[in-house]
Design a binder for this molecule. Structure first.
Ligand SMILES: [Zn+2]
Length: 317
């Protein structure tokens, strides 16, 4: 048995205490859609307050990062409440989840989280600069005890009981570099920082013109996305041979963070995207028989054993 608590500087802190950051940090970047400069500031927040975006340009109105505030999904995941919106939240949310930040205020002076280099690595550096602070209340994990799955055509996503948070993702596109990529990874702070965070978003050159005609991706460039031409990439080099599927894992982690608790389970997805990830996050919360809120990933539960293939036919576990 893991000890339930340990002593730190004379006070008792639960082993899996909620976390915020130690000090305020800021960075500047550009918005992917608008191309405009954006100031981003992360601020410490108290227990049980969750992750909240705050628009400093709109009377400091706040938008909590939960599925209840999901708004339009275009190139990225957006949230809105009371007509105040924030866009492109997923890379930052993935970084925060991996470090275990439960409570935070994210101030923006624009509707968009800056795209930075198209990955989550700059946000990991920013959180490391801020430091992590443990709070005096236990975190609650959302532990999957029965499978949950949805599919739309050949796009599929599911969560299965597991003792850890793991992700298996596979993609296949009609492109020579993307016929098939698949990866399974247990997500920890270290594995995310080394294997997933640096993976950049990608787009197809043929789509870029269409996006721009619609006033989207005005801030997009080879500095913040991998651009795929007909046979290869326009960028100098990839950061990983399978950078594409790694970025899909990053997106899925960020979108699933909208359930509002760290998830203990095995997320398995094939050809999904923001629309399916976020629809799935809503479905998970609705399926209250499929999970329990627990204070430790090791808390005993009775996972229901159902073969993966019976839930999502053709999907390898
Ligand atoms: Zn992304």
């Amino acid at each position: 048995m893991m000890p339930r608590a340990f002593s730190l500087l004379g006070s008792t802190v639960p082993v899996d205490a909620q976390r915020t950051i130690r000090r305020q940090v800021s960075c500047v970047g550009i918005g992917l859609h608008s191309g405009n400069k954006v100031n981003l500031t992360l601020k410490p927040a108290p227990v049980d307050s969750g992750i909240r975006f705050r628009r400093t340009d709109l009377g400091h109105h706040e938008v909590p990062a939960t599925v209840h505030n999901l708004a339009g999904i275009q190139l990225a995941t957006g949230l809105a409440r009371n007509e105040v919106s924030v866009e492109t939240v997923e890379h930052l949310l993935a970084a925060l989840t991996s470090v275990g930040i439960d409570n935070l205020v994210i101030e923006l002076n624009s509707p968009e989280v800056p795209i930075m280099d198209g990955s989550a690595a700059p946000f990991i550096y920013l959180i490391q600069e801020a430091g992590v602070k443990r709070l005096q209340t236990a975190r609650k994990y959302l532990k999957i005890v029965r499978p949950v799955a949805i599919s739309r055509g050949d796009k599929r996503i599911a969560l299965f009981p597991s003792d850890h948070f793991k992700v298996t993702y596979s993609i296949s596109y009609d492109h020579p570099l993307l016929r098939h990529q698949s990866r399974t990874l247990r997500i920890t702070e270290e594995s995310f920082a080394e294997e997933i965070a640096p993976a950049r978003t990608f787009t197809f050159l043929k789509d870029v013109e269409m996006l721009r005609q619609n006033g989207l991706a005005l801030g997009g460039s080879l500095e913040n996305a991998i651009v795929l031409g007909e046979t290869g990439v326009l960028n100098n080099a990839l950061r990983y041979e399978d950078e594409f599927v790694r970025h899909k894992i990053l997106d899925a982690i960020g979108d699933l963070a909208l359930v509002g608790h760290p998830v203990i389970g095995h997320l398995v997805a094939h050809r999904a995207g923001h629309a399916l990830h976020t629809e799935f996050a809503m479905k998970v919360l609705e399926e209250t028989q499929a999970w329990r809120l627990v204070e430790s990933p090791a808390d005993a539960t009775a996972p229901v054993s159902v073969p993966v293939a019976t839930v999502v036919p053709g999907l390898a576990n």
